[in-house]
Design a binder for this molecule. Structure first.
Ligand code: SF4
Length: 413
């Protein structure tokens, strides 16, 4: 996959800053190709505390910059959004902890973005915000509802203090149900709950996970995301693993946890539509589906990543340089995938979805000049082993393939 330096962009310079050049080039593409930006991702980097497993771009202890952040974000939005053809359908405000913004800043952010979107003629079907359970108050819930948010994703991760302590998350688990109630009372019915399984160092890990799933189900969310814990490089959690201070949950128990999740949520009426995501019928996350279907979306905020027609880029992941700019922000990396890379990516992303990958896309990926033949061998082997299958003219992961989805997808890419 070619990795372009931002200076390699062939578009004529509009600004002496390389980062602005590439963001501007992506923006020109949106306008000229009719780019079809369908979603906007807003990255709010502030958190009250940094959890030990987290490798997102987050900042704890610089709360005095939150108001400046919102002003700069709206300035960035003003530079980009008016150029989008009508057609944005989703907004996703993530982080970080967006609800860690002071309430007047949160209100300003929502109303500023909402005004720009309305002025552009966009009809937003789904507006999601991520929330830490401790930060949801009646006032915050009211501001979210008034600001157009119609979906709240609550980072519960676990209902057990031992698991939360192992992750160095410092919210009170009893606040999850309170947050769900407050959000619903404000008129937002779409609530998603995030859970993490395979947390190390817990007695009876399987029983504990079963109880986490059941506690989440008792809150009747419209959507659930259940991820196995990953040990990302550079995190304190990874260091503890590498020094032997903690041990991973065994693969066998982790697989049992995942299988339990699939069975329990299906029995409770949730459709698994992606490797780690389940929804009530009609409540899939439209914004995340844009990512998995390789559609176009635009990022706002430091470290936000975007995609337009095979070009991917990331806004600079540092608050200072991002704050100091004006208009489109500097970016730090740009990838322009060649056709082979784009087909591989469609295969990789599409296989995460239960709907799978249409046969025509698979055939194109297998015919690609550089990786096609190797992919065909890998795919045939995976089908013979029962890990992949054809279903209604789509290539899908089988139930046993789901358990090792990352490995299969990595091989095919
Ligand atoms: S609250 Fe979320 S974004 Fe912030 S440090 Fe913890 S895991 Fe990362």
């Amino acid at each position: 996959m070619p990795h372009l330096n931002v200076l390699d962009d062939s578009s004529p310079p509009e600004d002496s800053r390389a980062g602005t050049l590439t963001a501007a080039a992506a923006l020109r593409e949106v306008s000229s190709v009719g780019g079809g930006i369908k979603g906007i991702y807003v990255h709010v980097p502030f958190c009250a505390h940094r959890c030990h497993y987290c490798d997102f771009f987050t900042i704890a202890g610089r709360d005095e910059q939150r108001a400046d952040y919102v002003a700069r974000l709206l300035n960035e939005a003003q530079a980009a959004l008016p150029k989008f053809p009508v057609g944005v359908r989703t907004v996703f405000i993530g982080g970080g902890t967006p609800t860690h913004l002071p309430i007047d800043s949160l209100e300003a952010l929502l109303s500023g973005l909402g005004s720009l979107l309305r002025a552009g003629g966009h009809t937003i079907e789904e507006w999601t915000i991520e929330a830490n359970p401790d930060t949801v108050t009646p006032d915050v819930a009211a501001v979210l509802a008034a600001g157009g948010v119609n979906r709240v994703s609550i980072g519960a991760q676990s209902f057990h203090e031992g698991s939360l302590a192992a992750l160095e998350r410092n919210h009170d688990p009893s606040n999850v149900s309170r947050a769900v109630e407050l959000v619903r009372a404000a008129g937002i019915s779409d609530v998603s709950i995030d859970l993490i399984f395979a947390v190390p160092g817990q007695p009876e890990p399987l029983e504990l996970w079963r109880s986490d799933v059941d506690e989440a189900l008792a809150l009747d969310p419209s959507h659930l995301s259940c991820y196995n814990l990953s040990y990302e490089l550079g995190t304190p959690l990874r260091r503890r693993l590498d020094t032997g201070a903690i041990e991973r949950v065994s693969n066998e128990i982790e697989a049992e946890m995942y299988e339990f999740t699939i069975e329990r949520l299906a029995a409770a009426g949730y459709e698994q539509y992606e490797v780690s995501n389940w929804a009530r019928p009609g409540r899939r996350c439209l914004h995340n589906l844009l990512y998995w279907r390789n559609e176009n979306w635009w990022p706002l905020g430091p470290s936000g990543s975007g995609h337009v027609n095979g070009r991917r880029w990331r806004n600079v992941p540092r608050l200072g340089p991002w704050l100091q700019g004006s208009g489109l922000p500097p970016v730090d990396t740009v990838e322009q995938l060649d056709i082979d890379g784009q087909l591989g990516e469609r295969l990789m992303l599409g296989l995460r979805l239960n709907e799978g990958v249409p046969r025509a896309v698979v055939e194109a990926a297998l015919s690609a000049p550089s990786r096609g033949e190797a992919r065909r061998v890998t795919l045939d082997e995976a089908i013979q082993k029962g890990l992949l299958a054809w279903h209604q003219d789509h290539l899908v992961l089988s139930p046993s393939g789901l358990l090792i989805a990352d490995a299969i997808i990595g091989d095919l890419l």
